[in-house]
Write a protein that binds this ligand. Structure first.
Ligand SMILES: [Zn+2]
Length: 179
């Protein structure tokens, strides 16, 4: 009987060790898997953060696109641009406006009556400067473009299809000539 008890004890001890070993292996494996999964996610999120703002942007473009500043009126590179082509987002290159929808409003910034596609913009209520304005951003990268104004009478004044003025910073745009 005593020997039997001894055997049971040894048996239990061996089983217990096996269980511990299995537990440790499982524990390590789970941690390993979680860690291995975390690494690529960390790299991805780091890359996403780094790629949010194009490294080719100038300090002025970053101030406008990222920090929502406004370039000085009548100074933008595209204010008087009359060439035919497409204006892309200077940060992510998404096409935003066609030169066919550009008009001279005299406001000091490039003006367009509509984007190339409604989906390329997002609209946000802007209460800065003590007024309520509608801010427009690139839907792909969230870069600040400018503001949109309705009901100013441009359709009657200039016979354009819509009474809407997208007042856009040249800084936020990159013009590509039509081929
Ligand atoms: Zn963009």
């Amino acid at each position: 009987m005593r020997q039997n008890f001894k055997n049971v004890g040894v048996l239990e001890c061996t089983e217990f060790r096996k269980l511990i070993r299995l537990y440790n292996i499982t524990f390590w494996w789970c941690h390993f898997r979680v860690h291995m999964l975390k690494v690529p996610f960390k790299r991805l999120s780091l890359n996403a953060g780094m790629s949010k703002w194009n490294p080719k942007l100038t300090a002025e473009q970053l101030l406008v696109l990222r920090d929502k500043h406004t370039e000085r009126p009548h100074t933008g590179a595209y204010l008087l641009n009359k060439n035919q082509g497409i204006y892309h987002c200077a940060n992510c290159d998404q096409p935003l406006y066609s030169s066919t929808t550009k008009f001279d409003s005299g406001c000091g910034w490039p003006s367009f009556y509509q984007p190339v596609n409604p989906d390329v913009l997002t609209y946000h209520k802007d209460t800065s400067l003590g007024t309520v304005r509608i801010e427009i951003c690139c839907s792909n990268c969230d870069g600040h473009l400018g503001h949109v104004f309705e009901g100013e009478g441009w359709d009657k004044l200039l016979s354009i299809p819509k009474d809407t003025r997208h007042c856009v910073n040249s800084c936020s745009l990159n013009f590509k000539t039509a081929e």
